[in-house]
Design a binder for this molecule. Structure first.
Ligand SMILES: [Zn+2]
Ligand SMILES: [Zn+2]
Length: 590
């Protein structure tokens, strides 16, 4: 395909003080000495890359040809995590917190600091835990656990920060024991028989081993006192609020035959194991009697398995009048699946990235890595220089490659795919802002041995015509038959008259649109005509393509041996991998 059969040696041209255009042209001339083909004419553009030495500040500018533009996909930089902060004073309602964090490099240790600041609490006096109705898991190794890991896990298990008292923090394991407990309530089962059903999150209580069972009941009451606080009538409220937890407990407990809750000891019993506490194999948790002669230490002594931990079930019997048990559930997001859905949807939406963001990221200066350090001719050694890339000249047909595969390490196995959807326009991609020079590389006034290409001079009038083509593509066919330009010009004049008469407001709107995102009167516009899609991952991938028939203006999907018409809305998807754009109103003359 290359018409140059004997390639001469060319040297890389580095710019120092000469104008960009001249150096760009010389570099292009060099490129043409070795490469001349239809590919070069249609698909090759020119980058300007500027490298700065970090030590001596020497600058090197080169102009390099490209056949596609590889755009990085910027990661969503910030995420949000929300959770409930449970106060050590259980009469205070849990506080919902929502904290934004940079997705990379944010640890739970930092989350702890920020939580402490927001809540005005001592950062030592709380811990994070995940909880469902069935289990509880304290977050450990906060220095090495990323907040983003927590955020992901939180989708399945609610997350809490639990405040503890100074006493609990310093509790000596010789004299204290931490007991986790689940909460159940009475429900009627399928057969109309009462049974106990778990609800709300797993809690825990720190108990002195010397406490007796009555005192344990009081401790648990303390943690649920908020239920009574809310149920109490207005007349009694003032008096009730004056009562200490102990007084309040006795007021409730001593005056009723049916206690509002019972504590059960979670059993170890299974087919071959007898319950540590009652000796039965078929124990379904045994009741802790409200009895001052039973001590916590007695219970601990009965446990014969060092792996087994004392755990309670707090069962609300239904006798507590007016208690709104469901309010305990409101602190777990899992109770409200609808809320989770909207959160998901919000997140999915956030993931959409705009192709212009990718172009911007492409232009961001990067510091070269150790492995591709740059040799500075002044310092006489390799340097991790700063490199800034820019599109100097864009070709008539521009291939845009979305960098979906990024290697996090040296090995292929550590490559991961970014499956975020990148939004790109099917028409009027405006890259004016990202291209230094609007003309094509083929327009450089340099000797070339490949005539026969012609470019429509960009003007607004011609742009108008393009948008007014009938959707059935009649115009397109005619243009092909009688060689384009003359007809385009004629139609343009017609359209212009209409506009000038003020008859066609739509027309003016179109014109505004065509002025590009930045109101640039001569924007560099491109229209999409094909997309390569990639499905799957690095190991198991499948490619398909979408392409637009320029005669019918219809999109088709090419999938192995099948070709089917495709709806326009589907062309931009999270599978889009390589995009083929053609400069608007540029026509290729065969
Ligand atoms: Zn240097
Ligand atoms: Zn038992």
């Amino acid at each position: 395909m290359n018409r140059v059969k004997q390639k001469p040696f060319t040297e890389v041209i580095e710019s120092e003080t000469q104008p960009d255009y001249e150096v760009g042209m010389k570099s292009w001339e060099n490129h043409l000495k070795r490469n001349q083909s239809i590919i070069v004419d249609l698909l090759h553009g020119q980058f300007k890359s500027k490298i700065t030495c970090p030590t001596c500040s020497r600058i090197s500018i080169t102009f390099d040809p490209f056949n596609s533009v590889t755009l990085p996909i910027p990661a969503k930089k910030e995420k949000e995590i929300d959770f409930f902060f449970l106060h050590a004073n259980h009469r205070e309602k849990p506080t919902k917190l929502s904290i934004k964090f940079p997705i990379k490099s944010h640890t739970v240790a930092q989350l702890r600091e920020e939580t402490a600041k927001l809540m005005k609490k001592d950062p030592k006096l709380f811990y994070f835990f995940f909880s469902t109705q069935h289990s509880r898991e304290v977050v450990k190794d906060e220095e090495h656990t990323s907040t983003n890991t927590l955020r992901k896990k939180k989708k399945i298990k609610p997350l809490f920060a639990c405040e503890i008292t100074e006493e609990e923090l310093n509790a000596n394991p010789e004299t204290y024991v931490k007991v986790d407990y689940q909460t159940t309530k009475k429900v009627l089962n399928y057969f109309g028989r009462p049974s106990r059903r778990k609800f709300t999150f797993f809690r825990s209580v720190c108990l002195n081993k010397n406490l007796n069972a009555q005192e344990v009941y009081m401790k648990i009451f303390e943690q649920y006192r908020i239920l009574w606080d809310e149920a109490i009538s207005d007349e009694q409220k003032e008096e009730w609020n004056k009562l200490s937890n102990e007084e309040a407990f006795h007021k409730i407990w001593d005056n009723s035959d049916n206690k509002p809750f019972q504590i059960y000891l979670v059993t170890n019993a299974r087919v071959f194991h007898e319950c540590f506490f009652c000796g039965e194999k078929r124990c379904e948790n045994c009741e802790l009697k409200y009895d001052s002669s039973i001590k916590v230490s007695d219970l601990l002594e009965k446990i014969k398995d060092p792996e087994f931990e004392l755990e309670f079930e707090v069962f609300f019997t239904g006798s507590g009048e007016g208690l709104d048990l469901d309010s305990l559930n409101s602190y777990t997001d899992l109770k409200k699946p609808s809320m989770n859905e909207t959160e998901e949807a919000k997140e999915a939406k956030e993931k959409d990235i705009d192709i212009y963001q990718c172009f911007r990221q492409f232009e961001e200066p990067e510091t070269l890595g150790e492995e591709n350090a740059w040799y500075c001719s002044k310092c006489k050694e390799h340097k991790r220089a700063t490199k800034k890339m820019e599109i100097f000249k864009a070709p008539p047909i521009m291939m845009v490659h979305l960098k979906r595969f990024k290697s996090e390490g040296a090995s292929i196995l550590s490559k991961s795919k970014i499956s975020a959807k990148v939004d790109f326009p099917l028409e009027n991609l405006d890259i004016s802002e990202f291209v230094a020079h609007p003309e094509f590389p083929m327009d450089y006034p340099v000797d070339r041995i490949t005539p026969g290409f012609k470019q429509e001079q960009t003007n607004e009038q011609a742009l108008n015509v393009e948008t007014n083509q009938t959707p059935n593509g009649e115009n397109g066919i005619e243009q092909d038959n009688n060689n384009g330009y003359v007809q385009l010009e004629e139609e343009t004049k017609m359209e212009e008259e209409v506009t000038n008469n003020g008859m066609n407001i739509e027309e003016e709107k179109n014109q505004e649109q065509l002025n590009g995102a930045n109101g640039n009167p001569n924007p560099l516009l491109y229209d999409l005509f094909a997309v390569v899609n990639h499905y799957g991952n690095l190991g198991f991938g499948h490619y398909t393509a979408y392409a637009k028939n320029h005669l019918t203006n219809k999109w088709y999907c090419f999938d192995d041996s099948s070709v089917m018409e495709e709806s326009e809305e589907n062309v931009c998807s999270s599978a889009s991998y390589v995009l083929f754009y053609k400069r608007k109103n540029w026509n290729f003359d065969f």
